[in-house]
Ligand binder design. Structure first.
Ligand code: PMV
Length: 320
């Protein structure tokens, strides 16, 4: 039996950065994201007689690179009392190699393909829970547009769709910087961040930040959405810098881009940054102004790769 699924990557406007249970991947806070149209993963899952295999972008992965995926599938097989060897083929569609972590789309697509291959008729909440067990951010990629991952407990820690005004014109300009530096994984980074003297403040502010973001989305207020997202990302990166020992995902080029966002704002352009567990920057702006901003960033940072993305769809499952 072969089935497949497609899921799009998401970028958090209010970030998940800390777990209360690593095995169940339960977060210490709620998070809220936008699923993006341009970045997605398609994954097929075939139950077969041979050994378990994982192919990524046409390349058969060795044991070390298949470990996380195999452990995840074995866990799901146990949960649903199903068995069988399998071949997983995953393709990451990232047009300009935007350097985005693809674990959100990857595990949402894998959860969807797995469920379809075994004929499990699961609702979105259950799919979100399964995706969460692979990668926390994947819980949100089950939905298109905006979604909130509510911290909950094992059965209730799932994402739900978040309404936004139809008048909200939002896009992200992904600015991929040319840096080869190896990053700290999000798993390790979010453990280390908890040693920051400001970590408790980060947690204490979460409910207020989520409420304010939802209100701004419903009002279609792009400037407030951008301002809140930029503040939240800066808080996350501040707790990394103030961890004991401190660390950062910033590279010199990252700072230059952040300063340029401030500069453009001072000139009257509506644009805001957000950043995840890597040096690249996503600039939040309206789709209508995105092309113009892209040209400005391209002129200022000629070595950077650029990608414009806007709201994308949720998980889709196929029978083949
Ligand atoms: O679930 P992970 O391991 O992809 O962690 C995601 C962490 C951030 O991207 C920094 C924030 C988020 O909520 O997506």
């Amino acid at each position: 039996m072969t089935a497949s699924a497609r899921a799009h990557a998401n970028i958090a406007l209010i970030k998940y950065w800390g777990k209360k249970d690593a095995n169940l991947r339960l977060p210490l806070m709620n998070s809220l994201s936008l699923t993006l149209n341009e970045l997605y993963t398609t994954t097929s899952f075939e139950i077969h007689d041979g050994p378990d295999e994982f192919c990524l972008n046409g390349q058969l992965q060795d044991a070390a690179h298949s470990k996380r995926v195999f452990a995840y599938v074995h866990r799901l097989q146990k949960m649903f009392a199903v068995s069988g060897h399998f071949v997983i083929k995953s393709e990451n569609h990232v047009p300009t190699s935007a350097g985005l972590a693809s674990s959100s789309s990857a595990f949402a697509a894998l959860a969807g393909a797995f469920a379809q291959a075994y004929g499990l008729d699961l609702d979105k909440k259950t799919l979100s829970r399964l995706a969460r067990l692979g990668s926390g951010s994947a819980s949100r990629s089950v939905y298109g547009g905006f979604s909130e991952w509510q911290q909950g407990s094992d059965l209730t820690s799932v994402a739900v769709p978040v309404p936004a005004s139809p008048n909200l014109d939002i896009a992200m300009l992904v600015v991929e910087l040319n840096t080869a530096k190896k990053k700290t994984s999000s798993t390790n980074g979010m453990v280390q961040a908890q040693t920051s003297p400001f970590y408790q403040t980060w947690l204490d502010r979460n409910a207020e930040e989520i409420t304010a973001m939802k209100k701004a989305l419903e009002a279609g207020d792009l400037d407030t959405v951008g301002r809140l997202a930029e503040l939240n990302a800066s808080e996350m990166h501040a707790i990394n810098l103030t961890a004991q020992p401190g660390f950062t995902y910033f590279e010199p080029a990252t700072i230059a881009v952040l300063k340029y966002v401030h500069e453009l704002r001072a000139q009257g352009f509506s644009c805001y940054y957000t950043m995840d567990a890597g040096p690249n920057v996503k600039v939040i702006c309206s789709l209508k102004n995105c092309k113009n901003l892209e040209q400005k960033f391209a002129a200022r940072f000629p070595g950077a790769k650029m990608l414009i993305a806007t709201s994308g769809p949720g998980l889709v499952q196929f029978d083949r």
